[in-house]
Design a protein around this ligand. Structure first.
Ligand SMILES: [Zn+2]
Length: 114
């Protein structure tokens, strides 16, 4: 039985993006400053940090924000520093993203950016 109150449209208010899994960060990842940093980072940290910690050797596939972007992790493209990032392999990145997504409602059809 749906008992949710009808959504009231307030034209003057911007639509809230709540519980949306992915904020579109493609502008960030497409920025040449990010691309350059990320490429350099993978060269400096060619091995997955998490795997390395448990004695495995996996190549870095992702320049991962230790703090998520939307939680305030290094959003400033002019001041990207290695300390805010870690190199992760495919599977570690997937498992980290999965854990992060926990508590966030999956929105079907939303684009995921990496
Ligand atoms: Zn790994």
């Amino acid at each position: 039985m749906p008992n949710r109150p009808k959504k009231i449209k307030r034209g003057w208010k911007p639509e809230r993006i709540k519980h949306q899994r992915s904020v579109d960060m493609s502008w960030y990842y497409n920025d040449p400053r990010w691309r350059k940093f990320s490429l350099g980072f993978k060269e400096r940290y060619p091995l997955c940090k998490k795997c390395y910690e448990i004695g495995l050797i996996s190549p870095t596939a992702y320049t991962d924000h230790i703090e998520r972007l939307r939680d305030g992790g290094a959003p400033d493209l002019d001041h990207l520093v290695d300390e805010d990032f870690q190199g992760l392999c495919d599977s570690c990145h997937a498992s980290k993203s999965g854990k992060e997504a926990h508590g966030y409602k999956e929105v079907k059809g939303s684009k995921d950016s990496k």
